[in-house]
Design a protein around this ligand. Structure first.
Ligand code: SAH
Ligand code: MG
Length: 228
């Protein structure tokens, strides 16, 4: 279910302008195969945040077929992107797509569980201020957002932007009446706890937006590392 009125969603989707015919083709292939790539309205918002922030290093958790990473590379022409994916099948698809778009030199893929890859990254970064990330896109297993967040923070430069996707879980995060299956309850509880946590931090400011499937836009405050 859409988190807003279906007519509003449809109208906004009509305003969507893809970056290129090739990217639109990739989006359509993903949609046909039910790969959960960023929704159209989320894409336009995220890409403009990237254009405003002008990040040098972007970290993405959850590559899928590489669609969002390829979009990020277009919106931040000088940036280096590190993207993490645990599914072997997705990793292979993404590898092919990133190569097709001629972006292998800027998008570094890491295969395996993101929590493990984040641990490895922590060991390879010597100086967070010069080698850390200034934008993070959180878009993998929704029940692990808190764990991903905690593992990302030490890798972030000051004033980094962290974007967490799908935080409204088709509106279920907002109200129990949208829960249709028992097994959704745990992930809803975990997402509520995650949002409670990130909206109450003293080292970050967070806006939770009803765009796409819900996006939390967080900005780390200058000097946050001293407070951690
Ligand atoms: N960001 C992509 C969509 C990602 S979909 C886009 O918008 O184009 C989420 C992906 O996260 C899936 O491919 C899934 O395999 C991956 N994933 C889920 N849990 C993970 C984990 N613990 N570590 C790494 N990847 C994970
Ligand atoms: Mg998503």
């Amino acid at each position: 279910m859409n988190i807003t009125n279906d007519k509003v969603t449809e109208y906004l989707e009509g305003l969507y302008r893809p970056w290129s015919p090739d990217l639109l083709k990739l989006r359509e292939i993903a949609e046909q195969h039910h790969v959960p790539i960023i929704l159209r309205d989320s894409e336009t918002l995220i890409l403009n945040i990237i254009r405003m922030k002008k990040p040098v290093r972007i970290l993405e958790i959850g590559t899928a077929i590489g669609y969002s990473a390829i979009c990020f590379a277009h919106a931040a022409p000088g940036a280096e992107i590190v993207t993490l994916e645990r599914s072997e099948k997705m990793y292979q698809y993404a590898h092919t797509n990133i190569e097709k778009f001629g972006l292998s030199h800027r998008i570094q893929m890491k295969r395996g569980d993101a929590l493990e890859s984040l641990k490895d990254l922590r060991n390879t970064i010597n100086d967070t201020e010069s080698e850390g990330f200034d934008l993070v896109f959180l878009d993998a297993a929704k029940s692990y957002y808190r764990k991903f967040w905690d593992a990302c923070i030490p890798l972030c430069r000051k004033e980094a932007v962290i974007l967490s996707d799908n935080v409204l879980l088709h509106a279920r995060t907002a109200a129990d009446e949208f829960i249709t299956e028992r097994r959704q309850k745990t992930s809803v509880r975990q997402m509520r706890e995650f949002l409670d946590h990130i909206t109450n931090l003293d080292y970050a400011e967070t806006a939770v937006l009803a765009v796409g499937d819900g996006i939390a836009v967080s900005v780390l405050k200058d000097g946050y590392q001293r407070k951690l």
